[in-house]
Design a protein around this ligand. Structure first.
Ligand code: GTP
Length: 518
């Protein structure tokens, strides 16, 4: 009877162990479900962020989202996650290739502008300069937009030159060629649904009897539509990158968490648990049914050894699973880390580009876009505090002759040196931007009417005293400056107009002088 008691207490112990194993398994399942939920949320976010970027990617993510709701094991989702990752990488290269195509497209438009014989000489030079600038690769859509805007400005200039000439605008074979090329370009571009009617009208016009004004309008309309599309693409791509980066951080967290908690194969373990349960039941039955102690002893020994074997198989299975899981998790974690790094590099480049977009590449001074921003900011502060605020426009005198006599690159260097001199002659609270060509705009707050003349003359003298030496020739370069103070009930752009008019006066009063509009 002692043996039977021992067997019973062993069985009770086993039952307890089994119970705690079941509880632990339930906890694991709960934990796994929570992880799966986070992963699912990540897939949903990723799916939303990627929507419309790539159809295959859309479908893959939708499939992954659907499948994950029924997955028992995270491992089964791995091939799909890896596939999504492959598509994401492909998408990145696709965007890059698209940017390169856009650059080629811009190049084509530049060549077309160069064929417009009636374009003013100054513009032709600027276009040539622009073409040179375009030879550098574009990295993001941010770079693309200002270039398209610049092209539009060229067209506008051609248009106004033609109107101002007052000559009848005869349709030349070149115009027909331009119309043909525009029609070809339109057929290669995918326009949005709401733009198609407008494009259709242009297409019909281009196919019929064209006139020069209509042709110019058509170019301008198509360019506006493209700029609009690019602006939308810009914000979409930015949103995509942010979302992708967030999503990647989320999945990385899930993966490292899951890595620490062992995930077990549910089905196989269920089977083993059943076997263990039935062995325990068998022992229980044996105790009830068998009266002969020797048979009981034999039965119990046999059942216990089966139990031991089932338990050790279960342990081996768990170890195997753990090793496999660790390996796949490690691979996944590595790949995800790489992808996260790629996305954050991309984001960094985007920020860099944003910064670059506010700087003039030649002089490293803030450019026109940055000036607009700063003007608004200074104007708001002027409206709040009513302190004096000055807008000054400075223009290098006879700059064309520097280009003509010493070459364009000497002209460029001159611009760089003068830009530095202007910057260094101002205080931190004052601001100077390259407005375009050889023209600079200064914003000067908190300086009185009497002091401004002195300040701007000091700036003018500073430029004049730069010891330029071109081809061994000592050259003095001067600037003319026009300035105006923002008045009550005036918009800052109106002040700018007055400063520009003052500059015009300075130019006509033999240059190298400061004129204040008051
Ligand atoms: N080298 C160089 N030249 C430029 C750049 N941008 C504009 N220019 C040139 O600057 C010159 C400006 O000439 P104009 O507008 O006739 O004026 P200007 O010769 O300075 O004469 P005034 O302003 O009347 O004193 C043109 O020849 C442009 O081609 C640039 O980035 N680099």
């Amino acid at each position: 009877m002692k043996d039977a008691n021992e067997a019973i207490s062993q069985i009770t112990l086993l039952k307890q162990k089994l119970h705690s194993a079941k509880v632990a398994l339930d906890e694991l399942n709960e934990d796994r479900n929570a992880k799966l939920q986070t992963l699912l949320q990540f897939i949903s976010n990723l799916s939303l962020a990627c929507k419309g970027q790539n159809l295959e990617l859309d479908n893959r993510l939708a499939k992954l989202r659907h499948q994950l709701t029924t997955y028992e094991k995270l491992d089964d989702a791995l091939p799909d996650i890896v596939e999504v990752e492959r598509l994401l990488k492909g998408q990145y290269h696709h965007v890059m290739a698209q940017l390169e195509d856009s650059r080629a497209g811009l190049g084509r438009v530049v060549r077309q502008i160069q064929r417009v014989e009636s374009a003013p000489d100054k513009l032709k030079k600027e276009v040539a300069y622009f073409k040179q600038d375009l030879s550098k690769p574009l990295h993001t859509v941010w770079e693309y937009i200002p270039k398209v805007e610049k092209l539009m400005a060229f067209y506008e200039e051609i248009l106004s030159a033609q109107f101002n000439s007052g000559e009848p605008l005869a349709v030349l074979p070149k115009h027909r060629q331009l119309a043909h090329e525009l029609a070809q370009i339109i057929s290669e571009i995918e326009f949005r649904k709401d733009q198609r009617d407008q494009v259709l009208v242009i297409k019909e016009m281009l196919a019929g009897e064209i006139d020069v004004e209509g042709l110019m309008d058509a170019y301008q309309t198509i360019l506006s539509l493209l700029v609009d599309n690019i602006a939308r693409e810009k914000s979409a791509s930015q949103e995509f990158l942010y979302a992708l980066n967030d999503a990647l951080s989320a999945v990385r967290e899930v993966v490292s968490d899951s890595y620490n908690h062992t995930q077990r194969s549910h089905q196989l373990k269920h089977q083993l648990n059943r076997e263990i349960n039935s062995r325990v039941d068998n022992v229980g039955e044996a105790i009830v049914d068998i009266e002969d102690i020797t048979t009981l002893k034999f039965q119990i020994t046999e059942q216990l050894s089966s139990l031991r074997s089932a338990l050790s198989r279960k342990e081996a299975l768990e170890q195997r699973e753990q090793a496999l899981l660790r390996k796949s998790m490690e691979t996944m974690r590595k790949e995800l880390n790489e992808l996260a790094e790629e996305a954050s590099n991309y984001k960094e480049r985007l920020f860099e580009q944003q910064k670059l977009n506010l700087l003039d590449t030649l002089t490293q001074l803030p450019n026109r876009a940055a000036l607009e921003e700063r003007m608004e900011q200074e104007f708001r502060s002027f409206q709040r505090h009513k302190h004096p605020l000055w807008v000054a426009v400075a223009d290098i005198d006879h700059f064309k002759s520097i280009n003509d006599n010493f070459g364009h690159s000497t002209g460029d260097k001159t611009l760089q040196v003068i830009a530095m001199a202007l910057k260094n002659s101002l205080r931190d609270t004052e601001f100077v931007a390259r407005y375009g060509g050889e023209e600079f705009v200064l914003l000067i707050p908190e300086v009185s009417d009497t002091d401004i003349v002195q300040l701007l003359n000091r700036v003018r003298e500073k430029v004049k005293n730069i010891p330029f030496k071109f081809k061994n020739q000592r050259i003095t370069v001067t600037v003319s400056i026009g300035a105006a103070r923002v008045m009550d009930n005036e918009l800052i752009h109106e002040t700018f107009e007055r400063a520009d008019a003052a500059l015009y006066k300075a130019k006509h009063e033999s240059r190298d002088r400061v004129i204040i509009d008051c």
